[in-house]
Design a protein around this ligand. Structure first.
Ligand code: ADP
Ligand code: MG
Length: 390
């Protein structure tokens, strides 16, 4: 469904369920990770983009403290009051919304001057790694901030959503998803610095797009593998703090040159893990310089480097993701490709010439199918405008 159709359907359903028109409608997009893999917990850099799919939130005030919330696709309604906001065990989709409401009022939603009736509807596939959860939090936050006349800056709004996700949805996520949804802009990437939690929009122009290729791979032991990678990064940071004559708290503080000189004191595995976030940080910084020069091909080459680093050093790739990247390399219309997100399955992110999207999707699908028997899902993503009131 196109965004306009989602909006129209939401407004029509709102009127049908609540018997009145919404007074405010907001929109927030999902996101993709473009460069900078496993850098967030190492206090490093990430390039991401807001996508051209998102979630709309429609709301109207109530005269008393009553609240009602309807999931527009399921057409289920949860009811509560401003005094009974709490994490729910049923209809758990409401937690992303009620959590955001809760933290918009700093944990005291009972101080809200009145209640509200709301409904949301979106076109981001749920649980597909495009962050439908952050989109839902951010459109909720914008609509409710407007409803109550609160002036909330983008970073604060992202943190409110993250807190909702931690405490109401029970998911210990970083700030990337919410910040990408808030700071996204058309034809642009969002550069995040997870040391300072600052975010900047970097233009890449309208001539390229991304293609997300979703493998059907889901490998066992993912949680354990993720935890062991994180531990290796922490161990390496402690080691570098002990040998470098400068303050080191995270791998963000270590350069590639220092890794080359001092890696001998680390176990082979820990050294291999550490070089991935160190290299990714340098690639994001270099990538920003290349975008400033408009050199999209060189930016794409950094994406291929990122995947090699995952494949050989961090070892968070898998056969299926490698096959997608290898198939991409055969096509001049693909400028770069890499696994995106945690790894061990999930999706690859390709920088592509959108005019060749059909050819690229057909080639990758053919190669993948020949190896694994099933077909990956390819979708073109245009970096798009971030969260806003409609
Ligand atoms: P992701 O954020 O990668 O899509 P999550 O598991 O973090 O995956 O969040 C998905 C959950 O968010 C869904 O299971 C649902 O509870 C909630 N959600 C987000 N958007 C919607 C929506 N438009 N309709 C219903 N539920 C939604
Ligand atoms: Mg999520």
């Amino acid at each position: 469904m196109q965004n306009q159709e989602v909006y129209d359907e939401l407004v029509a359903k709102f009127e049908k369920v609540y018997g009145e028109k919404p007074t405010i409608v907001s929109y927030a997009p999902g996101r993709i990770e473009v460069l900078g893999n496993h850098t967030d917990y190492n206090e490093g850099y990430v390039f991401s983009a807001a996508i051209d799919k998102g979630t709309f939130f429609a709301v109207a005030p109530t005269a008393d403290d009553s609240c009602a919330l309807t999931a527009g696709d399921f057409m289920e309604t949860a009811t509560f009051t401003t005094k009974t906001v709490a994490p729910a065990k049923e209809m758990t989709w409401q937690n992303y919304v009620t959590g955001t409401f809760n933290w918009l009022f700093e944990g005291k939603p009972e101080t809200a001057p009145h209640g509200w009736k709301g409904m949301f509807l979106g076109n981001i596939p749920l649980g597909a790694g495009l962050s439908s959860s952050a989109a839902l939090e951010m459109c909720t936050g914008l609509a409710l901030a407007k409803l109550y006349g609160k002036d909330v800056d983008k970073t604060t709004m992202a943190k409110i959503g993250q807190k909702a996700e931690h405490t109401f949805a029970g998911c210990p996520c970083g700030l990337l998803d919410q910040a990408s949804s808030m700071y996204g802009a058309e034809g642009s990437l969002v550069k995040s610095d997870f040391r300072t939690n600052s975010f900047e929009t970097v233009s890449m122009g309208p001539t390229v797009a991304f293609m997300m290729v979703k493998s059907n791979a889901k490998h066992a032991l993912v949680d354990g593998a993720y935890a062991s990678r994180r531990q290796a990064c922490e161990d390496a940071a402690k080691y570098f703090a002990s040998v470098l004559r400068k303050p080191v708290t995270h791998l963000r503080d270590v350069t590639m040159a220092e890794w080359v000189l001092y890696r001998g004191g680390l176990s082979e595995t820990t050294a291999k893990r550490a070089v991935h976030p160190i290299g990714e940080d340098e690639r994001v910084v270099q990538g920003a310089e290349l975008l400033a020069k408009g050199d999209l091909k060189a930016f794409g080459a950094l994406m291929y480097d990122s995947h090699e680093s995952s494949r050989n050093w961090f070892e968070n790739s898998c056969e299926e993701l490698d096959a997608i990247v290898d198939a991409a390399k055969a096509l001049p219309e693909v400028y770069g490709a890499r696994l995106s997100g945690g790894g061990f399955g999930g999706s690859c992110c390709l920088l592509v010439d959108p005019a060749a999207a059909d050819k690229i999707a057909a080639h990758i699908t053919k190669e993948y199918k020949a190896k694994f028997g099933d077909e990956p899902v390819c979708s073109v993503i245009k970096p798009s405008q971030g969260a806003h009131l409609v």
